[in-house]
Design a protein around this ligand. Structure first.
Ligand code: ADP
Length: 191
């Protein structure tokens, strides 16, 4: 099974939940740039101070900051035998930086969680009611969807052009249903 996995999908598709599960199942670290940035914000680090307002608005934190943060994380020992990337790369610039730093070996396979935009907004708004994440309000959610379409979606073409397959997974259904689809698609991919 490919051990350097990238999760792609719009905000609200369930990436974080599925990525955490899959990482546990494979015994690799779940590297979520959203989680890392939220941690930096809560700790009040220099990075956190710069990221806070940007994240609240639903915009992207500058590429150089995020790339440096991820490079440092990938250099840690626990990432030596694989990892699951969630939320990074989020645009072509970040993908190119990652490829340049690793000779194009950073991603072996990509999982694309597919969910319609109406379902996404509904899910994110109900999450806003439950958890109160600072960036879960309707305006910010729309901004995050737009940025996903404009900046992140091009990665769906970027990776196949470099010989890295993108496996689409239907993100509708229970957490268990979706997880089972991911596991069986990865197994098939390994053939
Ligand atoms: P979601 O996928 O639900 O939008 P994330 O937890 O992945 O949530 O990201 C939350 C926010 O963190 C993003 O809206 C953005 O401001 C910031 N962020 C996360 N990853 C990146 C990245 N790779 N590049 C720039 N900003 C990022």
């Amino acid at each position: 099974m490919g051990r350097r996995i990238l999760f792609l999908g719009p905000p609200g598709a369930g990436k974080g939940t599925q990525a955490a599960r899959l990482a546990r199942a494979l015994g690799v670290p779940h590297i979520s740039t959203g989680d890392m940035l939220r941690q930096a914000v809560s700790e009040g680090t220099e990075l956190g101070k710069r990221a806070d307002a940007i994240m609240k608005a639903g915009d992207l934190v500058p590429d150089d900051l995020v790339v440096a943060m991820v490079q440092e994380r990938l250099g840690k020992e626990d990432a030596a035998c694989g990892y699951l990337l969630d939320g990074f790369p989020r645009n072509v610039t970040q993908a190119e930086a990652l490829d340049a730093a690793t000779g194009g070996t950073a991603v072996e396979v990509t999982i694309l969680l597919d969910v319609s935009e109406d379902e996404l907004v509904a899910r994110l708004l109900s999450r806003a009611g439950e958890l109160g994440r600072a960036d879960d309000n309707e305006d910010t959610i729309r901004t995050r969807q737009r940025i996903y379409r404009e900046e992140t979606e091009p990665l769906i073409g970027y990776y196949p052009a470099r010989g890295v397959s993108v496996i689409p997974i239907d993100g509708l259904g229970t957490i268990e249903d979706v997880f089972a689809r991911i596991v069986s698609s990865l197994a098939e991919e390994d053939g």
